[in-house]
Design a protein around this ligand. Structure first.
Ligand SMILES: [Mg+2]
Length: 467
């Protein structure tokens, strides 16, 4: 009985250590994380030492109880066992085993050198093992638990288990690509709810696709998290993405998860589709085109004011509405594709109405004149602004509205009304495009109630300048 147990253990270990070597290579090629786990290597090493020690003990102490048992009379042993006993203990001298173990040790050393453990080289596949992620679980486990489900339903994402994804546009279509990062403390408060942070990070990119007339299909996500972020935060973040995937018909198809010594940083790269050569550029506006904007303007900037305590007298109702508009923009995904063939130029309002209209003017080499009183304001924004000209300026120049600002010829007016009715998204005429005087740079003029040109301290948000 004892002999059987020892023999069984011996061969089980031999099998484990010999199969372990090809498994290391196979696992490294396929990106299995345990291959680089130091605990697994320690177990492998322990098994090798055990087999070597046990075999050598067999030679050195032939009279030990278990060796004696192995060599003893074993009535009824089969052919295989007799053969194994002959090889292991009778016919081969000790030096054969010594050479075999030395060769095996060299093989193991070479294998481990070629496939180093975690913390020295990055494995293939998604996720990092070397940069320890914020939660205690490995990045692989976090991706498998929270992000792989977001790739279901998109075959080219391969369940987030491969190095890259495949996306094929429908016939006659081309891919439209956009990436825009958001950073904690810059684009959102660091203590903002995770689900809202996720949805905003995705939506700001979908908004750009919508402004180009593209239908969104998929997105990549790079998520850099500080050590203070725990797994429940990641779960809530993924739940926010799942909600927006359902709302906008997109899938996560790849990306990475890593750690950072800085604040939370999120980069979404959104991929959409549009008919070949038909996306709505910034530079296509013509003189006498009319300027339109969707939804309402200024809610997000005033909502940020609410968040910062700059509007203390505002009632709870309007304050909550403005705050919500700041936290969760509504990209005009349903409208964008309808504007292809109607709009001559378009841009989404992210930096501020005046600044973004100026961007459009610069590329179109035209000027624009808009009327402040035509700019659509929500009832909450009207209450917040009252008759304070500084707050009106905040609404016209603040960022984060994520509405679509576009130009179209006057002849398209009826069809634009039709689009608005069909999608349920308000579209408001706010001004017109003009050719600037010769040699003058393109400019945006905002007219006040008495027809005077309004002056603003700043036209909109800029990352690298004064606000
Ligand atoms: Mg934009």
């Amino acid at each position: 009985m004892l002999a059987d147990a020892i023999l069984f253990t011996h061969f089980a270990f031999v099998l484990f250590i010999t199969l372990g070597l090809p498994l290391i290579y196979l696992g490294a090629a396929r990106g299995w994380p345990w291959v680089r786990d130091r605990r697994w290597r320690a177990l492998h090493l322990a098994a090798i030492l055990f087999v070597a020690a046990e075999t050598m003990l067999g030679f050195a102490c032939p009279l030990t109880v278990w060796e004696d048992a192995l060599r003893g009379h074993r009535p009824g042993v089969g052919f295989l066992e007799r053969w194994i006993q002959r090889i292991m203990f009778y016919d081969l001298p000790a030096w054969v085993f010594l050479v075999a173990y030395a060769g095996f040790a060299v093989l193991v050393a070479v294998t481990w050198a070629l496939v180093p453990p975690a913390a020295t080289r990055r494995p293939r596949g998604h996720g990092r093992v070397d940069a320890q992620p914020p939660a205690t679980a490995s990045a692989f486990a976090l991706i498998a638990r929270h992000f792989a489900p977001l790739a279901r339903g998109f075959p080219g994402a391969y369940g987030l288990l491969d190095d890259a994804a495949v996306i094929s546009p429908v016939s006659g279509g081309e891919l439209v690509v956009k990436t825009d990062p958001v950073v904690g403390g810059v684009d959102f408060p660091s203590d903002a709810p995770a689900a809202l942070v996720a949805r905003k990070a995705l939506r700001v990119n979908l908004s750009d696709l919508a402004a180009k007339g593209a239908v969104p299909r998929a997105y990549l996500l790079d998520l850099l998290l500080p050590a203070s972020v725990d797994e429940p935060w990641i779960a809530a973040f993924a739940a926010g993405l799942a909600a927006d995937q359902a709302e906008f018909g997109v899938h996560l198809i790849g990306g990475d998860l890593s750690s950072t010594p800085g604040p939370i940083a999120i980069a979404v790269c959104a991929l959409g589709e549009a008919p070949v050569g038909r996306i709505i550029r910034r530079g296509g506006a013509q003189p006498h085109d009319l300027v339109y904007v969707t939804g309402t303007i200024g809610d997000a900037a005033l909502g940020l004011g609410v968040l910062r305590g700059a509007l203390p007298a505002l009632d709870a109702g309007p304050a909550a509405f403005l705050l919500d508009r700041y936290r969760l923009p509504q990209p005009r995904v349903a409208l964008g594709p309808h504007l292809i063939g109607l709009a001559t130029a378009a841009i989404d309002v992210s930096d501020g109405l005046v600044a973004d209209l100026r961007h459009l003017c610069e590329v179109s080499r035209l000027s624009a004149v808009i009327e402040a009183r035509s700019v659509p304001l929500s009832p909450a924004a009207r209450v917040a602004i009252g008759d304070d000209p500084r707050r009106l300026a905040t609404a016209l120049t603040g960022g984060d509205d994520y509405e679509i600002l576009f130009t179209a010829p006057p002849a398209a007016a009826a069809r634009i009304d039709e689009c608005s009715r069909a999608t349920g998204i308000a579209i408001t005429l706010i001004g017109r495009m003009e050719a600037p005087p010769a040699a003058a740079p393109p400019r945006v003029t905002v007219l006040g109630d008495r027809g005077e040109a309004l002056q603003f301290l700043s036209e909109g948000w800029t990352h690298f300048g004064r606000r």
